[in-house]
Design a binder for this molecule. Structure first.
Ligand code: NAD
Length: 247
């Protein structure tokens, strides 16, 4: 199956976890994969993995909070490929603390990466997508962006915010041929869960009707669907992928 043949797909935070799984799934679907993440060595390793799957792939060291760098990477991709068909705004972080303990630094950093970073990347590709007359923007929200979570004031605000972006951009850009959607994963086994105690993770497993956490590929496959023409009438949607955690 090659649903993403010849599509130029820029994925942020693609060096590990859900982003890497998405890069690999897109590679298998025939995409040209542009890996963007903080550390050059990790970016290069992710690029090699995509190339090993037979895909065209390239990498860029990128901190999504640095607007000039975001613009520079987008300009390089456009100069080389002439267009960007899909942007996956996947980069995200947590810095957890209860409301009374959260520092301003923790609050600002999470908002900077998870919210401002998504804004930077979407704004940087929007003109090109409008010129092209097509494009797909996919945003990483979370079940925490639907229901909130203990200890995650900053993260919950950012992930609720991403849903606001998604619905706003779906309205603004839909008439220009651009679809914008969000995915709200439940608890997925990646390094981001590293700070959550085992006891809490076990409680999560029990809360999920499938009695397990998700795998990164199970989010990647939803991004691949949304990126593809199979989702040609899906716009402004927030798709929860949580094993039924909220039912
Ligand atoms: P992860 O920590 O495994 O990977 C995140 C990646 O983003 C890393 O490679 C990291 O280097 C990169 N990154 C961090 N800050 C960056 C920045 N400023 N600029 C560019 N890249 C940056 O996390 P993950 O679990 O794969 O999560 C990916 C996305 O999915 C995040 O937005 C996260 O909030 C969201 N999400 C994850 C889960 C989960 O349970 N794992 C659940 C819901 C939502």
């Amino acid at each position: 199956m090659s649903r993403l043949s010849n599509k130029i797909c820029l994925i942020t935070g693609a060096a590990q976890g859900i982003g890497l799984a998405t890069a690999e799934t897109f590679a298998r679907e025939g995409a040209t994969v542009i890996v963007a993440d903080l550390k050059p060595e990790a970016v290069a390793a992710a690029v090699r993995r995509c190339q090993g799957l037979g895909a065209q792939a390239e990498g860029h060291a990128l901190d999504v909070t640095e607007r000039e760098r975001v613009d520079a990477v987008v300009a390089q991709v456009l100069a080389r490929h002439g267009r960007i068909d899909v942007l996956v705004n996947n980069a995200g972080i947590t810095q957890d603390a209860r409301l009374q303990k959260m520092t301003i630094e923790q609050f600002d950093r999470v908002i900077d990466v998870n919210l401002r970073g998504v804004f930077h990347c979407a704004q940087a590709v929007a003109d090109a997508m409008v010129r092209q007359g097509h494009g797909v923007i996919l945003n990483a929200s979370s079940v925490v962006g639907l229901y909130g979570n203990f200890g995650q004031t900053n993260y919950a605000a950012s992930k609720f915010g991403v849903i606001g972006f998604t619905k706003t951009w779906a309205r603004e850009l839909g008439p220009k041929g651009i679809r914008v959607n969000a995915v709200a994963p439940g608890f997925i086994e990646t390094p981001i869960l590293g700070t959550i105690p085992d006891k809490v993770l076990e409680e999560m497993r029990q809360r999920v009707p499938l009695h397990r956490l998700g795998r990164p590929e199970e989010i990647a496959s939803v991004y691949a669907f949304l990126a593809s023409d199979d989702a040609s009438y899906v716009n402004g949607a927030v798709i929860e992928v949580s094993g039924g955690m909220s039912v």
